[in-house]
Design a protein around this ligand. Structure first.
Ligand code: NI
Length: 156
């Protein structure tokens, strides 16, 4: 496994549409492992492949309940709404207020291309929406309510 470089806002790759994963290969499995390692190293709750410069529809998420890998995710239903702070590893040191659905159901494949259906509420719903947006070249700063705020970095 290896850490990948996280691309930051201003990098064109973050604004491109990622491509569907057609088959799982050792190379793509390595990418997924690297994404998980990179996400944990950066203390993030989610990472999308375009954030490490790879235009594939893959996201990793961990909201504190263990790693979730979503390949070709598709949000098939959403309910309610939540408004709260959101940040992004590609927009370091900042956060802003974003409204998202409070509950989503996402259809995807896991790292073995096994189909899965995941229902997420609150933080998990927010993370799923945020990461799926990355696959279509969208960043939370596009829909932030008000100004971005500085985040005071926590000591390790
Ligand atoms: Ni992000």
């Amino acid at each position: 496994m290896a850490l990948r470089t996280i691309r930051e806002i201003g990098d064109d790759v973050l604004r491109k549409t990622a491509k569907e994963v057609k088959e799982m290969t050792p190379r793509t499995q390595r990418l997924i492992q690297d994404m998980l390692e990179t996400m944990y190293e950066a203390n993030g709750v989610g990472l999308a492949a375009p954030q490490v410069g790879i235009l594939k529809r893959i996201v990793t998420i961990d909201v504190g309940e263990g790693p979730i890998v979503l390949v070709n995710p598709e949000i098939i239903s959403q309910e309610g709404s939540q408004t709260g702070p959101e940040g992004c590893l590609s927009v370091p040191g900042k956060q802003g207020t974003v409204t998202r659905p409070n509950e989503v159901t996402v259809k995807a494949f896991d790292e073995n291309m096994k189909p899965r259906l995941i229902k997420g509420t609150e933080l998990l719903a927010r993370a799923i929406c945020h990461e799926c947006d990355h696959l279509d070249g969208k960043l939370y700063v596009d829909i932030v309510e008000g100004e971005l705020e500085d985040v005071i970095a926590e000591e390790d």
